[in-house]
Design a protein around this ligand. Structure first.
Ligand code: HEM
Ligand SMILES: *[C@@H]1O[C@H](CO)[C@@H](O)[C@H](O)[C@H]1NC(C)=O
Ligand SMILES: *[C@@H]1O[C@H](CO)[C@@H](O)[C@H](O)[C@H]1NC(C)=O
Ligand SMILES: *[C@@H]1O[C@H](CO)[C@@H](O)[C@H](O)[C@H]1NC(C)=O
Ligand SMILES: *[C@@H]1O[C@H](CO)[C@@H](O)[C@H](O)[C@H]1NC(C)=O
Ligand SMILES: *[C@@H]1O[C@H](CO)[C@@H](O)[C@H](O)[C@H]1NC(C)=O
Ligand SMILES: *[C@@H]1O[C@H](CO)[C@@H](O)[C@H](O)[C@H]1NC(C)=O
Ligand SMILES: *[C@@H]1O[C@H](CO)[C@@H](O)[C@H](O)[C@H]1NC(C)=O
Ligand SMILES: *[C@@H]1O[C@H](CO)[C@@H](O)[C@H](O)[C@H]1NC(C)=O
Ligand SMILES: *[C@@H]1O[C@H](CO)[C@@H](O)[C@H](O)[C@H]1NC(C)=O
Ligand SMILES: *[C@@H]1O[C@H](CO)[C@@H](O)[C@H](O)[C@H]1NC(C)=O
Length: 353
């Protein structure tokens, strides 16, 4: 083979890599040791606050894992979720999947304040959500993973994208798969990440149809375990959208991060239709994955870690993109002149590495 052939091949490879990796290509720059010198104590700050809060509010661990998910699925893991309404921002917190539903924003701010004291303007809010998910999993007795770090925070948010990108509890399997594929996540990621529903709570109005009038049939969802149906009906009377009582996502071990989510599905004990679909859709390729995670918790934990890292890489801002917010709810207010100077000095630092 001559060298021009090699060159052509190399050029082709480049094109394939660039195109194939397009929306998810910036993740190579994340690094678990990103704050080793600039904020070595960052994990222990996150850990100590979440450990403290979870003593009186065990649900906070679930709420934190969900925050990272709801951040990453909307224009990437850039803390766009945390931006409040302002003159220029329509907050994602007002999107249908988030309003009256996401929790823990005050604790994120508490963690951010503690980190700013230890290492000012160094740790991004997007990284706090990624670290918070790891720490929360561990505190709920689930797996830990080496969290790639170095994300930067967005200048903007997108509420309509939050409305359209986040999957809903009545999604069918095909819709769930499409929602995840749109983020570069495959069927194994879907099943593994849904396992986060091994902890946390949900409100009745999100599954009341499964108990009282499934798919306009006038009867309950036939895949819903009849024992669970009875106990749910006691907590969730037939009041439709007014059903704001809370129930556990995992009927067996509600606050422990384990593989019982999958054994629940095998017994018809998934809470949302989107959960039960993974096991009860006839002929689905997800059934075998559910069975394998149910029978081997180590396998589930390994898959969950890998999928969390993959999710945490979606659309990240790195280097001089975005900024490190000083308050997670607001973009930094710096004058244009200061900002230009700051950006060019950062360019200098980055290129001198
Ligand atoms: C597969 C598609 C998914 C759907 C349709 C879905 C839907 C939901 C819904 C409707 C709730 C209850 C919200 C409420 O009642 O206020 C919920 C809670 C939760 N979700 Fe998901 N979710 C999905 C995937 C995920 C993923 C990928 C994660 C994280 C890796 C996750 C983590 C959680 C957690 C931990 C909770 C409990 C939150 C709390 O108690 O505060 N979910 N999810
Ligand atoms: C790191 O943070 C933890 C928890 O906030 C604290 O107990 C510890 O003293 C800190 N260590 C250093 C070196 O700052
Ligand atoms: C722990 O939480 C309590 C409230 O639940 C709070 O008063 C206390 O300051 C917290 N301690 C730390 C170290 O965060
Ligand atoms: C941001 O908005 C939330 C409501 O979504 C509110 O609870 C919080 O106090 C706001 N943050 C600030 C700093 O005002
Ligand atoms: C993940 O959390 C565990 C438990 O808090 C911690 O030991 C580990 O260092 C964390 N990983 C990172 C990268 O912070
Ligand atoms: C998002 O959905 C909610 C609820 O349906 C709606 O009120 C809101 O206007 C939507 N936001 C955008 C920007 O489309
Ligand atoms: C927000 O998301 C919508 C899709 O829902 C997209 O069409 C629009 O370009 C996005 N806006 C910005 C500013 O990124
Ligand atoms: C609901 O019923 C329609 C037909 O009436 C059917 O095509 C669809 O698959 C059903 N959906 C579910 C989730 O069973
Ligand atoms: C909440 O649950 C209780 C039973 O635990 C029930 O009596 C009450 O009607 C429920 N309220 C709503 C709003 O669903
Ligand atoms: C319903 O769930 C219970 C556990 O809550 C289980 O023992 C039973 O076998 C389940 N029923 C079916 C038909 O799977
Ligand atoms: C469970 O999965 C782990 C991780 O893949 C594997 O090493 C182990 O052999 C499996 N255990 C059994 C009993 O199959």
């Amino acid at each position: 083979m001559n060298s021009s052939f090699h060159l052509t091949l190399a050029a082709l490879c480049c094109v394939v890599v660039v195109l194939g990796g397009f929306p998810f290509s910036s993740n190579a720059q994340l690094d678990p040791n990103f704050y080793k010198d600039t904020c070595p104590n960052v994990t222990s700050i996150v850990q100590s606050i979440l450990a403290n809060v979870s003593q009186t509010d065990p649900r906070i661990l679930a709420s934190f894992i969900r925050l990272h998910f709801h951040d990453c699925f909307v224009q990437g893991c850039d803390a766009s979720l945390l931006l409040n309404d302002s003159d220029t921002i329509v907050s994602e917190q007002g999107a249908l999947p988030n309003r009256n539903s996401i929790r823990g924003l005050d604790i994120v701010n508490q963690i951010k304040a503690a980190i700013e004291l230890a290492c000012p303007s160094v740790v991004s809010c997007a990284d706090i959500l990624a670290l918070g998910a790891n720490v929360s999993s561990v505190l709920a007795l689930g797996p830990d993973w080496e969290v790639p770090l170095g994300r930067r925070d967005s200048f903007n948010a997108n509420q309509s994208l939050a409305n359209s990108s986040l999957p809903g509890p009545r999604f069918l399997l095909d819709e769930l798969k499409t929602s995840f594929l749109n983020q570069g996540l495959d069927t194994t990621d879907l099943v593994a990440l849904s396992g986060a529903h091994t902890i946390g709570r949900g409100v009745c109005l999100l599954f009341n149809d499964r108990m009282y009038n499934f798919n306009n049939t006038g009867v309950p969802d036939p895949t819903l375990n009849t024992t669970l149906l009875q106990s749910l009906q006691a907590i969730c009377p037939d009041i439709g959208v007014l059903g704001t009582n809370l129930t556990n996502l995992d009927v067996s071990t509600p606050d422990t991060f384990d593989s019982n989510y999958y054994s629940n599905l095998q017994a018809g004990n998934g809470l949302f239709q989107s959960d039960q679909e993974l096991f009860s859709t006839p002929g689905a390729d997800t059934i075998a994955i559910v069975n394998s995670f149910s029978s081997n918790q180590t396998l589930f934990f390994e898959a969950f870690k890998a999928s969390m890292i993959k999710m945490g890489n979606i659309g990240v801002l790195t280097g001089t993109q975005g900024e490190v917010r000083t308050h997670c709810n607001f973009v930094n207010t710096v004058s244009l002149a200061t900002k230009v100077t700051k950006d060019s000095s950062e360019d200098g630092i980055v290129s001198s590495f």
